[in-house]
Ligand binder design. Structure first.
Ligand SMILES: [Cu+2]
Length: 447
């Protein structure tokens, strides 16, 4: 994949206005700053040869450019809005200062013609993404998202790297993006009939026989759960939302709820010329049961020498909780009938809930309880958590996450520690229609 770095140069760092972030992973060269310019605007988005929809792009493309950043090096993104409506950009998964989180709570919306510069120092290496956090059910469907890679100084490199941003788009009979489907879409979330990788319908990717590649994967769909399979072949999970996991795990499929990321080591494949499916296997998400659907294919090209080595040990993650955890908070994801709106999605019985404060440095153990009959991907802004239990069972591997699926009638126990970034934050369901319908909460981090 190509990186479209618009404007990257070294310059004298401006003093960061915001609270400094601790735990830099790498020491930047003095004064180094990575700069990008992003401009949102309407685009003719070619989803397949000769098939174009009117969408929203960044720098004229969907997804927006891949932003390539370095752990611990200041990143500056000058964002200009040329859309016909206000927007704001959220840096999904990055531990930014509260003022840089890109929500209406922490900044004024960026109106048409206006520019806002985001400045932060990405403290963690990993695969992140950025997307609109205003009128999301429309703006994200139209394509206002892109990937953000943060590289460590000693980044794991395999034979090659790809970034794959998955999305689905509902196209109507006229060939354009379909109008929002009212109460049904509000209830189920909008799923599409066109499956895209990096903005293209069912593309063919290639990998040389004998080689092992590092694939960084983002699910940018509004509501689709992707049960990813690569032609049934085994691959290794090496990372999740917050970077590498402790040791590679070999699987034949992985479930990616909306907004989730996974990093995998793909290959080696032996049969030159073979074509494998990049498929989304059937997944039963409440009423909607879908069949296996194709996102793309992989063609195995002529053999090349491999120098890739996936280490047996990738990282050490210190557990936040070692013995019995005292649960500090219960977050109930719920559904409620409403006379005015038909129904709402709620947190602790309330739309757009205002939750209690949390204190910097104080261990948070939360039970996220799904009281409904459908899956909800829980997303915490600005902080990573560790998953302690899903319905009383420990996860197979330890990882740091900002999105976790909460299955129907289930409880996910998470642990996290707010580091010193006070301000207003939020958590919400990342089915964007549910977020809009109220399944979200604000809370403050205080010193
Ligand atoms: Cu939901």
């Amino acid at each position: 994949m190509t990186n479209h770095r618009m404007d990257c140069m070294k310059a004298t760092a401006n003093p960061m206005e915001s609270t400094p972030i601790t735990n830099y992973g790498a020491s930047p060269e003095p004064g180094e700053v990575i700069r990008y310019r992003l401009e949102a605007g309407e685009v003719d988005w070619e989803i397949a040869p000769g098939r174009t929809v009117r969408g929203y792009g960044l720098n004229g493309q969907v997804p927006g450019p891949v932003l390539d950043a370095k752990q611990g090096v200041p990143l500056e993104i000058e964002f200009t809005n040329r859309l016909p409506e206000p927007t704001v950009i959220h840096w999904h998964g990055v531990r930014v200062p509260a003022a840089m989180d890109g929500t209406e709570v922490v900044q004024r919306l960026v109106h048409p013609g206006e520019t806002f510069t985001y400045r932060f120092i990405p403290p963690d290496a990993g695969t992140f993404w950025y997307h609109s956090h205003a009128n999301e059910t429309e703006q994200m469907e139209k394509g206002l998202y892109g990937a953000l890679i943060v590289r460590a100084a000693n980044e794991l490199t395999l034979d090659a790297e790809k970034i794959l941003v998955f999305d689905d788009l509902r196209v109507d009979k006229s060939g354009q993006i379909a109008k929002f489907g009212g109460l049904m879409d509000r209830h189920n979330g909008r799923e599409g009939n066109v499956r895209l990788i990096n903005g293209t319908s069912e593309p063919e990717l290639s990998i040389a026989a004998g080689q092992i590649e590092r694939w960084r994967i983002v699910n940018a769909s509004s509501a689709r759960y992707i049960r990813l399979s690569l032609g049934g072949r085994p691959f290794q999970i090496i990372g999740t939302d917050g970077g590498l996991i402790e040791a590679p795990v070999t699987v034949e499929e992985v479930l990616l709820p909306p907004a989730d990321r996974v990093e995998i080591a793909v290959g080696p494949f032996e049969n030159e010329g073979a074509v494998l499916g990049i498929d989304d296997l059937p997944y039963h998400r409440m009423a909607r049961k879908k069949n296996a659907e194709r996102f793309g294919t992989i063609r195995v090209t002529p053999r090349k020498v491999s120098t890739a080595l996936v280490p047996a040990r990738l990282r050490e993650i210190e557990p936040l909780v070692t013995d019995a955890a005292t649960v500090r908070r219960t977050v109930k994801l719920g559904f409620k009938m409403s006379l005015r709106r038909g129904f709402d999605f709620v947190v602790n019985g309330e739309r757009h809930h205002h939750d209690q404060q949390v204190k910097v440095g104080e261990l948070q153990v939360w039970d996220v309880v799904n009281t409904t009959m459908m899956d909800h991907p829980f997303h915490l802004h600005g902080f990573f958590f560790q998953v302690l239990e899903i319905d009383g069972k420990k996860p197979v591997w330890r990882s740091v996450e900002d999105v976790i699926n909460v299955p129907p009638k289930s409880t996910v126990r998470i642990a996290w520690v707010p580091d010193d970034r006070p301000g207003m934050w939020m958590y919400h369901c990342h089915i964007v229609e549910h977020h809009a319908a109220g399944m979200m909460a604000h809370f403050e981090v205080v010193r």
